[in-house]
Design a protein around this ligand. Structure first.
Ligand SMILES: Nc1nc2c(c(=O)[nH]1)N=C([C@H](O)[C@H](O)COP(=O)(O)OP(=O)(O)OP(=O)(O)O)CN2
Ligand code: ZN
Length: 151
């Protein structure tokens, strides 16, 4: 039977799932050079991005978490906490750095945006509450965008 207009609104007991995203930009330089290829092959594969002195990007990263909207707080997680995770995982180790020279991970892994997304995922997944990390999306340029979801 339909509740009368005077009855309190039905509390929605269904589990509601939300996706929240925080965006952060950072600047870094790199050179696309695979240790598994010869210098000639590197030049062939990466072209101008293999120039020895490297180049820079203003990367824009979108970190998305997915989870239940908490009935009491109304939050999937506090975006202030996500901001701190981004500071620790992205800004401190990557901002204004040379990815290949300042980040040990990229001393043996070519610093493509795909690999950068994997790096950020692997470190972010340890920082956010278990099971919540959904997606890392990186805009390397206005035209180049990479998505990684932990697969
Ligand atoms: N699959 C990938 N391909 C390329 C990557 C990458 O990370 N993954 N990265 C590069 C270079 O880093 C380069 O800086 C970006 O490529 P490009 O689009 O050529 O950059 P432009 O500045 O030339 O931008 P346009 O506006 O398209 O000219 C290359 N490939
Ligand atoms: Zn580049």
């Amino acid at each position: 039977d339909r509740p009368s207009s005077s009855s309190p609104p039905l509390t929605d007991m269904a589990e509601r799932i939300g996706y929240i995203t925080r965006v952060q930009s950072f600047s870094a330089c790199h050179r696309l050079h695979s240790p598994d290829l010869s210098d000639e092959e590197n030049k062939k594969v990466y072209g101008k991005c293999n120039n020895p002195n490297g180049h820079g990007h203003n990367y824009k990263v979108e970190v998305t978490v997915r989870g239940k909207i908490d009935a009491e707080t109304g939050m999937v997680m506090n975006l202030t906490d996500l901001k701190r995770c981004i500071e620790d995982v992205i800004m401190t180790p990557l901002d204004h750095k040379n990815l290949d020279k300042d980040v040990p991970y990229f001393s043996t892994v070519v610093s493509t945006t795909e690999n950068l997304a994997v790096y950020i995922w692997d470190h972010m997944v340890r920082e956010v509450p278990e099971g919540l990390l959904y997606e890392i999306k990186i805009h390397e340029t206005d035209k180049n965008i990479v998505v990684y979801r932990g697969e």
